[in-house]
Design a protein around this ligand. Structure first.
Ligand code: ADP
Ligand code: ASP
Ligand code: MG
Length: 414
């Protein structure tokens, strides 16, 4: 069972969580619980790091931000004990949850599950702070924002759990963010592949890595609400959204829609380099240093420039890495040989996702026409087998998602 930040925000809500956990144990399960920091806490801690040192050392950043989950894991164990349950917390370094040494975005390599399994077998509820692990050096690491989802899936895989229930503040995965589009519909089933694509293009309901890990390890994941009372159906009845394999979905009687979901991502910025020499190696000279600096470039466009033998190169990268990106390319201006560098962080990426796209033409053209009808300009496009993404002005995000949701016939009946 994993509980997100909103579910853990304050002792009153933690008591509600403890009740859900207790109920699950009473239904005959052994349970491990992974918790997030209280809502807003990680942001607050990140803010302190920035104030202390704008170019902060990621290893010390991890020391600071991992503390949020330490607090909530102890509080949940205390609350469960107050209810008469046996419970204890297991910090990342105590299990340990072994990660690589990429501080602030570490990857889990291995979890020692022995102590955990023994603890659960003895009737104790194991409470594990999400988001944190231990580097080979023994120092604390964190898994990147939203990383508690990945902690939960990794723990589930390590103890060979029957299921990993991700409790959050919505009751499942919807066709699009239900907080933005009131007509979004809840999906009873989503395939790993679709969820992976949705998460990677901005549906933050699950961290992308948690989905790839679940897919790789075959972990059964359910997304469901923690804002429920005693009368709500138990988690074993699968009231939320199940993430399933393609075969499982085909075996179900759920009707296949062309598009599964729409996501928006405001976390990317656009960079254009004008008049780059049009010769082999020019593009590599732009993107190799960015890759070396661990900056994930997403959409890339190369246009013919006005001048002969020159080209304009536009790409997107995470907003959080924009300052570093610009500094790296400024440094190499002469080597790359571009004329001007222009950046824009007021952009949003809108993506439509669905495995139905594989067998149906016209998904992209519907998207372009729908946006054009509303006068929304497209600045860049990228596609994969089951996704089309466009880059637009950030101010038009909500409008774009709403009109596309209607255009693909996804609106819930009023
Ligand atoms: P937690 O703190 O529990 O990890 P998050 O805020 O990370 O919760 O994720 C839940 C949020 O994800 C929801 O409140 C919702 O606004 C957002 N969200 C974005 N896209 C979707 C979607 N397709 N379906 C459901 N929720 C979504
Ligand atoms: N508390 C961390 C964050 O806000 C991890 C998580 O909640 O998943 O990113
Ligand atoms: Mg989350």
């Amino acid at each position: 069972m994993k509980f997100g930040g909103t579910s853990m925000a304050g002792t009153e809500r933690i008591r509600r969580v403890a009740n859900i956990v207790r109920r699950q144990q009473a239904a005959g399960h052994e349970v491990a619980v992974v918790v997030s920091a209280m809502a807003g806490e990680t942001d607050r801690l990140v803010g302190f790091c920035r104030e202390a040192n704008a170019l902060y050392d990621p290893a010390e950043y991890d020391v600071v931000v991992a503390s949020g989950e330490q607090v909530t894991s102890g509080l949940l164990a205390l609350t469960l004990q107050a209810m008469g349950c046996k419970a204890r917390s297991w910090l990342g370094w105590q299990l340990p949850i072994r990660t690589d040494d990429a501080h602030a975005k570490a990857r889990i390599e291995e979890i020692d599950s022995e102590a955990l399994i023994a603890s659960m077998a003895s009737g104790e509820i194991a409470v594990i702070p999400g988001f944190q692990g231990m580097a080979p050096s023994g120092r604390v690491t964190t898994l990147g924002r939203g990383g508690s989802d990945t902690s939960a899936v990794a723990v589930a895989a390590a103890v060979k759990a029957d299921r990993c229930d991700i409790y959050t503040d919505v009751d499942g995965v919807y066709t699009t963010d239900p907080r933005i589009v009131a007509k979004a519909r809840k999906l009873p089933l989503v395939t790993y592949e679709e969820m992976l694509e949705l998460a990677s293009v901005g549906s933050k309901v699950l961290q992308t890595r948690s989905v790839s890990l679940a897919m790789k390890e075959g972990v059964r994941v359910q997304v469901l609400s923690s804002f429920i009372d005693e009368s709500a159906p138990p988690a074993d009845d699968l009231p939320g959204t199940m993430i399933v394999s393609d075969e499982e979905l085909e075996g179900s009687d759920m009707e296949r829609q062309l598009i599964t979901g729409i996501a928006a991502d405001k976390n990317e910025a656009k960079v254009t380099l004008t008049r780059v020499p049009d010769r082999p190696g020019a593009v590599a000279s732009i993107f190799s240093p960015l890759a070396e600096a661990n900056i994930n470039v997403d959409m890339i466009i190369q246009n013919v420039a006005k001048g002969k033998g020159e080209t304009d190169v536009t790409f997107t990268a995470p907003k959080a890495d924009l300052v570093r990106t610009l500094a790296i390319l400024e440094d190499r201006k002469d080597k790359i040989g571009y004329y001007r560098m222009i950046s824009d962080d007021k952009v949003a990426k809108i993506s439509v996702v669905g495995v139905g796209m594989r067998s149906h033409a016209g998904v992209a053209s519907t998207m372009f026409k729908t946006l054009a009808d509303r006068g929304i300009n497209i600045q860049a496009i990228s596609t994969s087998e089951i996704k089309v993404s466009v880059l637009i002005d950030e101010d038009e995000t909500e409008l774009a998602v709403r009109v596309l949701h209607t255009a693909y016939g996804m609106d819930a009946a009023a």
